[in-house]
Structures are given as structure tokens and as C-alpha cells.
Design a protein around this ligand. Structure first.
Ligand code: ADP
Length: 314
């Protein structure tokens, strides 16, 4: 068994940083020649891990490989010491999954659906199953809604039921694909809080999203995926730190507006009396004067995503 540990000696004590998933040289080329993943290497620590990237970056491809729905073209994945190629059964036992397009059978009520998911996962003792299902409904805030048809729940409630079915067999890792898309702000916050509670119970979470706000509020570590490659790996704080000094506020006249916005990736534009206030990312401003502003995660995201700037990224 591969030892899924990174060990570093700090003075005389030994610090052990656990790694729940090791991804080595992962490549996926679809039959039509699309290179969706181009040799990805990642060591995902326990806790809440954010996989952030724009549409088409390769997030779903990576996730489909991790949950064994698809074979990679090349590369290796190890989860808690189990090799994904040869130990799929073992991995299914420790893995929960909430797909992006999770649907509920219209004929199931909320309670029945979760009970069904529990039975599928091998909980055969009906008394134990009932108490597990009740406790899980309570945890995700759906106990009151247990007799409602699952298909008729609100968007946020459906996602919470999706998390409940992914958690019912007590996995060590859950993988959640674009879970907040289409939710209103209140539901989105509630859903993120639920994920934080889950990760506090020693369950590793991989959260795939194209929404920067999903990452900032909850993830302890993250990777940026861009065109099938990792352009950043670390903590959200580290990503912010790396973007310091690269975000500029520039005031330009109407005449210069076009030149500036063609030259640098633009974060925001605000009209002012005699022109524009524009936020851009750049290593250095060339031909324009501006002041540095403190980056937020959206700024940092633009910084790392921009192809011209990527030569400075890891
Ligand atoms: P994301 O989830 O980040 O939006 P995807 O993994 O869905 O990205 O897609 C990554 C790339 O692979 C895109 O260029 C997409 O068009 C391509 N792709 C995804 N699925 C297929 C497929 N079944 N066949 C061919 N190309 C695909």
C-alpha cells in the first residue's frame, strides 16, 4: 500500500500532514481528440478542498475519473491508500458523490428517497436505518420536509437531500460537483455552511465550482484548473498573497479606455465624471499610472487564469 503521508521534520518533532487523495500524471484525451486533462499532479489534503475553474477547464472530467465513472487515458489516483484502477470496490465504500445534474425519482418522498439510498448502501437493519435516516434528515435541515415529494423540493433543499444521500453510508470523502449553481444567495450560504459542518466531522470534501465565492468562505485548500492544467495549488490565503501588487486601480479618460482594457485583463469598470475607474490585473503597468489595491479572491482568480500572466504562476 502506498503510504499516503507527507512527512517533514520540524526541529526534533515530526509533523505529519495527511493526504487523502494522490493524483499523479492524470491525462484524459476524449476520442475526438479533446485534451481535457493534461498530466495533472495533486496531493489533496483532508478538509474542504476547492477545485475552481471556468467552464470547460476539465473539472467534470477530473471528477468523473475520481468517482470511477470514467477511465483516465494515463495516470494514477490513490484514495486513502487504495488504487483507483484496481480497488474500485474499496473506494466506492469510502466515497460519496453528489453529481451536478442529480435528479430524484418523482415517486419518492424525501424520507423514502433517503431510506432507499441507505438500503442501496447496504444498511439492511431497518431499525438502525430508520435512526440513521432520521438523524441525517435532521442534520441537513429536511426533517420537517420528510413527507414531501423529493422532486418538488426547492433547489436548495434538493441539494441538501443530495448531500444527505452522499453521506448516508458514512464515507471518508465526498465529491460535490457544482453544487451551488442556480441557488439563490440565501440557499447558497446555507449549503456552504452545511458543507463546513460536514468537513468538521472528519469527512474530506472535494468541491468543484466555477463560483469563486464558494471557495473563499469555506475551503482550507484549493486548486485552480485552467484548460486541463493546474495553475495554482495552495490555500485561498496563499492565492491572495500571490496576487498582492498585481491588481491596479487606474483612472483613464474616455480616449484611453479602450487601449487600457485591451491591454490588461479587466476586473471592473466604473464610469466617473471625466472618464473611467478601471480595475485591472498586471505584473506592472506599462504606459498607464495607477495604484495597487488589496486583492480579493476574484482578483486573484483573474490573475492566475490569465494566459499571459500564467508564466509567473506555478
Ligand atoms: P468543466 O467541468 O470544467 O466545465 P469538462 O470536464 O466538462 O469541463 O470539459 C473539459 C473539456 O473536455 C472541454 O473542452 C469539453 O468540451 C471537453 N469534453 C467534455 N466531455 C467531453 C466528451 N464526452 N467528449 C469530448 N470532449 C469532451
Amino acid at each position: 500500500m502506498r503510504l499516503a503521508l507527507l512527512v517533514s521534520e520540524v526541529e526534533k518533532s515530526v509533523t505529519i500532514i495527511a493526504v487523502s487523495i494522490i493524483i499523479e500524471g492524470l491525462t484524459k484525451t476524449y476520442p475526438n481528440g479533446n485534451h481535457a486533462l493534461k498530466g495533472i499532479n495533486l496531493q489533496i489534503p483532508p478538509g474542504m478542498f476547492g477545485l475552481l475553474g471556468p467552464n470547460g477547464a476539465g473539472k467534470s472530467t477530473l471528477i468523473r475519473i475520481l468517482v470511477a465513472l470514467m477511465e483516465p487515458t494515463e495516470g494514477k489516483v490513490t484514495m486513502f491508500g487504495h488504487d483507483l484502477r484496481t480497488q474500485k470496490q474499496e473506494i466506492r465504500k469510502i466515497l460519496g458523490y453528489l453529481p451536478q445534474d442529480f435528479r430524484f425519482f418523482a415517486r419518492y418522498k424525501t424520507y423514502e428517497f433517503l431510506d432507499y439510498a441507505a438500503r442501496l448502501s447496504g444498511m439492511n437493519d431497518s431499525r438502525k436505518r430508520k435512526s440513521a435516516v432520521d438523524a441525517m434528515l435532521e442534520q441537513v435541515g429536511l426533517y420537517e420536509a420528510r413527507d414531501r415529494y423529493a422532486a418538488r423540493l426547492s433547489g436548495g433543499m434538493k441539494r441538501r437531500l443530495g448531500i444527505a444521500q452522499a453521506l448516508i453510508h458514512e464515507p471518508k470523502i465526498i465529491i460535490v460537483d457544482e453544487p451551488t449553481t442556480g441557488l439563490d444567495p440565501e440557499e447558497r450560504i446555507r449549503f456552504r455552511n452545511l458543507l463546513s459542518q460536514v468537513s468538521a466531522r472528519d469527512v474530506s470534501i472535494i468541491l468543484s465550482t466555477h463560483i469563486v465565492g464558494d471557495i473563499s468562505s469555506s475551503c482550507t485548500s484549493m486548486a485552480l484548473l485552467n484548460k486541463g492544467e493546474i495553475s495554482f495549488f495552495g490555500s485561498p490565503e496563499e492565492m491572495l498573497r500571490r496576487a498582492e501588487g498585481k491588481v491596479w486601480l487606474v483612472r483613464v479618460s474616455n480616449k484611453d479606455f479602450k487601449e487600457l482594457t485591451n491591454k490588461y485583463p479587466v476586473i471592473s469598470t466604473i464610469p466617473i465624471d471625466d472618464g473611467w475607474e478601471v480595475q485591472v490585473v498586471a505584473e506592472k503597468l506599462d504606459g498607464f499610472r495607477g495604484e495597487n489595491i488589496v486583492p480579493n479572491l476574484e482578483h486573484a482568480y483573474v490573475y492566475f487564469m490569465d494566459a499571459q500572466l500564467n508564466q509567473w504562476a506555478v
